[in-house]
Write a protein that binds this ligand. Structure first.
Ligand SMILES: NC(=O)c1ccc[n+]([C@@H]2O[C@H](COP(=O)([O-])OP(=O)(O)OC[C@H]3O[C@@H](n4cnc5c(N)ncnc54)[C@H](O)[C@@H]3O)[C@@H](O)[C@H]2O)c1
Length: 323
């Protein structure tokens, strides 16, 4: 089979590509070719795989000829992140909405109705005066996004649902929880500290936590997120149930529980590198996010959240070791 991963050079996309190539098949079909479409080149371990073709350019440009490929399956992960969309409205509309429509139209033109998984986000949920957000958002909670990024994700979910209804694609939207621990440097997203308060102390550096330790948030690990996207791809339409987006499984944790786990894994000296400096701007943003999520439809697909936050930290430590 011939697969496309957009955003395949990124944090989740590169791990998804690695996992699919390692398995060698998806939904019982051998993977012959994997196209990675991203504005940046993917990591070397992917470029070196003979099954991988890397196409490096803005996805909107790539969509003009994409119908010629007739992909059997698509994971659409390319996206501008929340901070970028708030700072640059046009960039967000182009990268997230215009690009997704162009991609869907290319697949429609190809005419073979490929299976299509979209990485939506927990950011589709937010508090609206007419729809107060419950502490725990479920698959049934009305999404009322309060950011441009969340709005793009929800609009794309609806487009994917309608292209599916028309039979142009076989689409499924999976709402990712905050994926942690993200390697590298802080990325400017308001949620960045959820990784920073673990990653920096483990590297012997001080990390600033801008919110109270009572703040609760739904998170997942990179490997469980990849497992979730794969299971959503492999589900039959009956198993997926309907065309609306589903929540991937969440571990709902407080900052205190995250730091307790850090101490259990790495000791009290490492934990003491986390300093609390309250930042009202970030705290206000975070207060508009769900405190937790439930994922009944994902559970029906056999997906479960991480057992505890310690396991997520241990996965990060293992993943950071040189190959
Ligand atoms: N990481 C999380 O916590 C999280 C949470 C919820 C949803 N998501 C969603 O999951 C997906 C993957 O997230 P991630 O953390 O790997 O993000 P990431 O930023 O690490 O990767 C996204 C990739 O998309 C590429 N990209 C962005 N716009 C592009 C464009 N116009 N043309 C070509 N390439 C483009 C980037 O170069 C990058 O490599 C995204 O859709 C994101 O919105 C992530």
């Amino acid at each position: 089979m011939k697969l496309l991963i957009t955003g395949g050079a990124g944090f989740v996309g590169s791990r998804l590509a690695r996992s699919l190539l390692k398995n060698g098949s998806l939904n019982g079909q051998k993977i012959d070719k994997l196209v990675i479409a991203d504005q940046y080149a993917p990591p070397e371990f992917l470029r070196n795989d003979a099954r991988v073709e890397s196409r490096t350019a803005p996805l909107l440009e790539q969509c003009a000829n994409l119908h010629e490929d007739r992909f059997d399956g698509v994971f659409h992960l390319a996206s501008a992140v929340s901070g970028e969309c708030e700072d640059d409205f046009d960039l967000g509309m182009r990268s997230n909405l215009d690009t997704t429509r162009a991609l869907l139209d290319a697949l429609r033109k190809a005419g073979n109705s490929p299976r299509f998984v979209f990485s939506s986000s927990i950011a589709v949920f937010g508090p609206d005066p007419a729809h107060p957000i419950p502490d725990i958002v479920t698959d049934e909670t009305l999404p009322t996004p309060q950011t441009s990024y969340g709005t793009h994700k929800l609009m794309c979910e609806h487009l994917i649902s309608d292209y599916t209804r028309k039979g142009y694609i076989d689409g499924r939207s999976a709402r990712l929880m905050t994926v942690t621990v993200r390697p590298g440097r802080p990325n400017g997203a308001a949620s960045s500290f959820f990784s920073g308060i673990i990653r920096e102390p483990l590297a012997g550096e001080v990390a600033i936590c801008p919110v109270l330790d009572s703040v609760s948030h739904p998170v997942s690990s990179p490997s469980l997120t990849v497992q979730g996207l794969t299971a959503v791809f492999e589900a039959t339409r009956e198993e997926f149930l309907g065309r609306s987006g589903i929540n991937l499984p969440a571990l709902n944790v407080t900052v205190k529980e995250m730091l307790d786990a850090l101490e259990a894994v790495a000791g009290s000296k490492v934990r003491s590198l986390v300093k609390f400096e309250f930042n009202e701007r970030i705290a206000n943003i975070v207060s508009n996010w769900p405190k937790g999520a439930a994922s009944m439809r994902a559970h029906r697909l056999g997906l479960q959240p991480a057992k505890n936050f310690e396991s997520i930290i241990r996965e990060y430590i293992e993943d950071s070791k040189p190959a």
